[in-house]
Structure formats: structure tokens, C-alpha cells
Design a protein around this ligand. Structure first.
Ligand code: NDP
Length: 601
């Protein structure tokens, strides 16, 4: 693609098309169009992977309790263990460690960010990723590897959901209650519940009436489909008509596998994803041996982050679709005359670059898909960062398979589900199975998604403290909630192209802070109200984010296209100077040993 001549672009026509396509998809019900997996839909949320085992409730005390056994919990737990804290308890609703990689075992599940920077603690564990973009089973195994190496299984509680966390100011401990009857205390707590862990179903009329088989992609039913998460073919689908609803990043990865396995596959599309080149390849052990010298992963992380933002031209080691976005914009900006280096001019350059990129992606659909009508419907008409960019070499090809039928709904979505099939555009498609690739809750409150409200000092509820938007220092520390730490990207680096980097840095800080508290004999460590307020004021000077702007087609990046209150900026803002500057700042902050803004008592 890079060698083909740049297309002639009619920017006004494109802008108008983008606006029309957006208009088709805007709905008044926003996030409420989806339904929760509760009540009659609760069975969609079960765990198909690990048998539930009875156990006695725990009633002990641990130094550190962490909610969530995904990357956030694992990297924080590892740093705490390194800091000499032995009794670290991870509490996890799944049957093992892995978080998103525990649940998402759909065929073809694969990381969209290069393994060298995506998979945490590679250097510490000595693991060499097998591919540039590792597949799900390898990443899940890596989670187990981290947990084993750092002794995190010892105190872990699986198939356990936290129901309450309350600060006891007399005892200076957190009291934790779970749905398994556990009632224990912890000196410190961490929250790593993840951004995309509550699956949702589309609110399609009649969904409850379907008599065939159905499941959500994050609870893949291999008993029904045959095959397994490691890639064994889904032989039981050979005589099945299957509908998959949704064409986001998940669907893009599993459709090629379904297309090969099903008798008939109907792909129900409301909005096409932009699907760029993947170009995956094995990692060469000789090459890895040469580069994997002490400190290598930090250097790679820094290189990727530098290439994601900023105007400096660095060697791009990762060279993927994410760095390409920045590389293109940067190249154009560098060509601007010095007097034109204004924010407006740079934003215009960015828009031009985006038009070009999206034209290339649309032309790719034409080049790959045999049927011109189908290719046309697979074209995405919005800016690349309006929706999660996808990268895949087989997705578009799957529409050349004889079994695959694209059912494009022209932005309207599936109309209805009947006892025997799916209705779209007035036509009923009879199917044996419906697979919901309908994503996860994003725009709802943190307390709803995590399933509990944190109760801090003097009965202060987290939902109350955050009622006018999230408030933290570094996205980690919250005033009124001593000895509590949040491990997530917002109000920190907010680096969305490599989410684990946010987590590993937070984990490093937390390990050092807890060690410092124990060294000082402090019972409490808490951000001061002033430091939290100062951080918030600084964050509010950040420019509006580039992803999911208000002109974008609806999706979870922009609250389904619904306007948000002014305070909502706090729920997605990052360090104004960018991720690279944030990580540098954070390193200096913690290495100084002062932990400015925190009070140790
Ligand atoms: P998404 O929320 O991205 O996709 C949901 C899909 O369901 C959309 O295509 C949506 O259409 C469609 N949909 C919803 N309602 C209807 C309806 N009534 N009729 C028809 N279609 C409907 O979920 P995913 O699980 O695909 O991805 C979620 C996120 O998980 C990704 O954005 C990414 O961040 C992450 N992920 C990462 C991966 C990786 O790194 N490899 C792989 C997979 C996921 P519409 O677009 O119109 O709303």
C-alpha cells in the first residue's frame, strides 16, 4: 500500500459522507441501547472455562488485597512481591489469572499491539514472545507464568467477586466482603478491574425469544462449536448456520475462523471497522537474543511511546499501525514552513493525513474482496481514531469464502430476533446459533462496572467523590481513600495504544510507595486534597482528545455519540504533555523518594 500513489481526495465530499454516515447511526438511547447480562440474560456471563469449586470463606488479614487478576493485578502484585511484601491477595471473578485474556478465548484472539511492548514483565520472566503479535493462549500462559514466578497463586481467590470495601479508621485497615462469604482485612487495597470486562448484549427486540444456541464472544462455547482456543478447527459448525452480530475488533479476529468452519456465516454489520494490514510474523530467537540485553523492555516501551507522540524523529523499532499514524502526521508537520507551526495548521495536517490513510484502507477492501458490492459495504466512513482501528490480513478475505454472507444494515443494526433467526432490512435469516460480538460496557460509572462502591474515610463513597468526574493524583491516588490505589490509564499517561504500559508504571510506583510506608512505619498513605486538586487543574489544561471526537460516528470512544457534561473530560483525560513526558515525570517522582503530594502518617 505504501508504494501506491496517493489518491486524489475530495475533502469536502468525504466530510459530508462522514457526517451523513454518523447521522444514520446516532440514537437517542446512547449507552442504554445495550442490555446488561443480568436476570434472564445472566447465563451469558457464566464461566465456560473453569469449573467452580466450593471453598471455605477467608477471614484473615493480608498486607495487600488487589481486585482483579488481569495485567493490572499481576504487575502490581509482582512489584509488591519484589518489594518484600509476601501476603498479596488477588481477588478475581474468573477461574484463573489473565483478566481480559482469561475471558476472551474466541478463535483468533490476538493482541493488536506488538508483543515486545504489550506483554508485561518479559524481561523479568525471560519469556520471548513467539510472534510480533502474540495470540491469546500465549498471553494467557504468560499471565500464569507471572503469577507463578511471583508467588501470586498462594493467597489468590478465584471465582470471587468483591461486594464491599470499607475503610476502618480505627483499625487502619480495609474491610473486604465478597460474594463467597469472605470477610477479611487488608492494610492496602488496589483496584485493577479493567476497562472492558463487563460484556453487554445489544438491546435487540426479541433477543430473549431465540430458541437456538447463542453466546457472547467473551464466553466462547467450544462445546458447541468444537475446536479450541489454541486453534483446533471448529468441526461441529460444519452443518450450522451461524450469525455473528457486531463487526468490532473482536469480530474482525474471529470471523475468518468462523468463515472456514460454518456451513453458512451471516455477519451482521451496523458500522464497518477500518481494517488495515496486520503483517504478523514469528520472532527470530537469534534477533531476540541480540536485542534482549538488560533493560531492553523499558527501552522498547520508551521507543514506542516516543514514536506515538512528540515531534522528534526516533528510529521506530515497533513499526506498527499505531506508530504509523503518528509517523505520517509527523512527517507532514515537519514539512510545514516554520511560521505555520500552529495548533490549527497541525490539526489540519492531521486531518489530511487521516483522509489519506482511510482512503488507503477503503481501497484495500476493494482490492481484497472479490464482490464489489460487498467490498463497498465493508468500507469505513469516519476518521481512523473514531473507532478502534483494526489490523487483520484475513478478515476481508473471509468475505470471499463461499459460506460467508455480509448482512449490512446501513447503520440501522439488527431489527429483531425471532425464535429461529435474525431480522435485518426486513429479511429474516434463519440460523442455528447467534454469536454476540457486541462488546463491553464502557460509558457507565466505575462503581457499576466494578460491582462495588469503595467507602473511604468518614463514610466517603467513591461514587460521591467522583460524581463530578474522576479525581485522582496520577490516576492512582484518591483523597479520602488512604492506602488505596487505582491501576488504570486515565489521569496518568492515558496511553491507549499500549494499555499495559500504563499499568506496569503504576505497579512500579505502588510497590515503592508501599515499601516506603512499611519502612517508615506509617499506617496510612494518602494523597492530600491540595495535591489532588492541583493535578486535576493541570489535567484540565489538556487539549481535547483525538480519539472519538464529537463529530465521530457513535461508539464507545465517544459515549455513543451522546454529549457529555463538562466534568466528563476528567473521565478520559491524560497528562497534557503526553505519555512519554508522563512516564518520565513519574519515574523522577518516585525515584526521588519524596513521593510529593502523598502524606505518610
Ligand atoms: P465493540 O464494542 O468494538 O463492537 C461491538 C459491535 O457490535 C459493533 O460493531 C457494534 O456496531 C455492534 N452492534 C451493537 N449493537 C448492534 C445491533 N443492534 N445490530 C448490529 N450490530 C450491533 O466490541 P469488541 O468486542 O469488538 O471490541 C471491544 C474492544 O475490545 C475493542 O475496541 C478493543 O479495545 C478491545 N479488543 C482488543 C483486541 C486486541 O487488542 N487484539 C481484540 C478485540 C477487542 P457499531 O459499531 O455500529 O456500534
Amino acid at each position: 500500500m505504501a508504494d501506491t500513489p496517493a489518491p486524489v481526495i475530495d475533502k469536502d465530499a468525504l466530510k459530508q459522507r462522514y457526517a451523513e454516515e454518523r447521522e444514520k447511526r446516532i440514537r437517542a438511547d446512547g449507552n442504554d441501547q445495550y442490555q446488561e447480562l443480568k436476570g434472564q440474560f445472566a447465563h451469558y456471563a457464566g464461566d465456560p472455562y473453569t469449573a467452580f469449586t466450593e471453598r471455605d470463606p477467608v477471614t484473615d488479614h493480608v498486607t495487600f488485597a488487589f481486585v482483579g487478576g488481569g495485567f493490572a493485578g499481576l504487575v502490581t502484585g509482582a512489584r509488591l512481591k519484589e518489594a518484600g511484601i509476601d501476603d498479596v491477595r488477588l481477588i478475581e471473578k474468573g477461574g484463573d489469572f489473565g483478566g481480559t485474556w482469561y475471558w476472551n478465548r474466541y478463535p483468533g484472539a490476538q493482541c493488536d499491539t506488538a508483543s515486545m511492548i504489550y506483554m508485561p514483565l518479559l524481561e523479568e520472566t525471560g519469556h520471548m514472545p513467539s510472534e510480533k503479535y502474540a495470540h491469546g493462549p500465549e498471553i494467557r500462559q504468560h499471565c500464569v507464568r507471572i503469577a507463578k514466578q511471583f508467588g501470586l497463586y498462594e493467597h489468590a481467590l478465584f471465582h470471587t467477586e468483591v461486594e464491599q470495601i470499607r475503610w476502618d479508621d480505627d483499625g487502619k485497615v480495609w474491610e473486604i466482603a465478597t460474594n463467597r462469604g469472605d470477610r477479611f482485612t487488608a492494610s492496602f487495597v488496589g483496584m485493577g478491574t479493567g476497562p472492558l470486562h463487563v460484556p453487554k448484549l445489544p438491546g435487540i427486540p426479541g433477543i430473549e425469544n431465540f430458541r437456538g444456541h447463542s453466546f457472547h464472544t467473551s464466553r466462547w462455547d467450544y462445546d458447541y462449536t468444537g475446536g479450541d482456543a489454541d486453534g483446533a478447527p471448529m468441526t461441529k459448525l460444519a452443518d450450522k448456520r451461524v450469525a455473528i452480530i457486531g463487526t468490532g475488533a473482536t469480530s474482525v479476529q474471529c470471523v475468518p475462523h468462523l468463515a472456514r468452519a460454518c456451513k453458512r456465516l451471516y455477519v451482521f454489520q451496523r458500522t464497518p471497522s477500518s481494517v488495515d494490514v496486520r503483517d504478523n510474523r514469528p520472532i527470530d530467537p537469534d534477533w531476540f537474543g541480540e536485542i534482549a540485553t538488560p533493560g531492553w523492555q523499558d527501552r522498547w516501551l520508551e521507543n514506542f511511546t516516543a514514536n506515538q507522540g512528540g515531534l522528534t524523529m526516533e528510529d521506530d523499532w515497533v513499526m506498527d499501525g499505531w506508530t504509523e499514524i503518528s509517523r505520517r502526521v509527523r512527517t507532514k508537520i515537519m514539512q510545514l514552513p516554520p511560521g505555520d507551526m500552529t495548533i490549527e495548521k497541525m490539526m489540519a495536517v492531521y486531518e489530511d493525513s487521516d483522509f489519506e490513510k482511510m482512503e488507503e484502507i477503503r481501497r484495500r477492501a476493494e482490492a481484497v474482496v472479490n464482490d464489489p458490492g460487498t467490498a463497498e459495504k465493508l468500507k469505513a466512513w469516519y476518521r481512523q481514531l473514531c473507532k478502534r482501528p483494526c489490523f487483520h490480513d484475513d478478515y476481508l478475505l473471509a468475505f470471499n469464502e463461499p459460506a460467508t454472507v455480509l448482512v449490512d444494515t446501513d447503520g440501522k443494526g439488527v431489527e429483531r430476533i425471532t425464535e429461529t433467526g435474525v431480522v435485518a432490512g426486513g429479511n429474516e435469516y434463519e440460523v442455528d446459533c447467534i454469536i454476540y460480538a457486541s462488546g463491553f460496557e464502557v460509558g457507565t460509572e466505575w462503581t457499576r462496572r466494578s460491582g462495588f462502591d469503595l467507602q473511604g474515610r468518614d463514610g466517603l463513597k467513591l461514587s460521591g467523590h467522583w460524581s463530578k468526574g474522576m479525581r485522582t493524583l496520577h490516576g492512582v491516588h484518591v483523597h479520602g481513600f488512604p492506602n488505596a490505589f487505582f491501576v488504570q490509564p486515565t489521569q496518568g499517561a492515558n496511553l491507549i495504544s499500549n494499555v499495559p504500559h500504563n499499568l506496569t508504571e503504576a505497579g512500579r510506583s505502588i510497590g515503592m510507595i508501599v515499601a516506603e510506608a512499611l519502612k517508615r512505619g506509617a499506617q496510612e498513605v494518602e494523597v492530600t486534597a491540595e495535591a489532588e486538586q492541583k493535578w486535576i487543574e493541570m489535567l484540565l489544561t489538556a487539549p481535547d482528545r483525538l480519539i472519538g471526537g464529537p463529530d465521530c460516528t457513535p461508539g464507545y470512544y465517544n459515549n455513543e455519540g451522546q454529549p457529555r457534561g463538562p466534568e466528563d473530560k476528567l473521565n478520559f483525560v491524560g497528562y497534557p504533555a503526553g505519555a512519554l513526558a508522563y512516564f518520565k515525570y513519574l519515574k523522577e517522582w518516585r525515584n526521588s523518594g519524596e513521593f510529593k503530594g502523598l502524606e505518610f502518617r
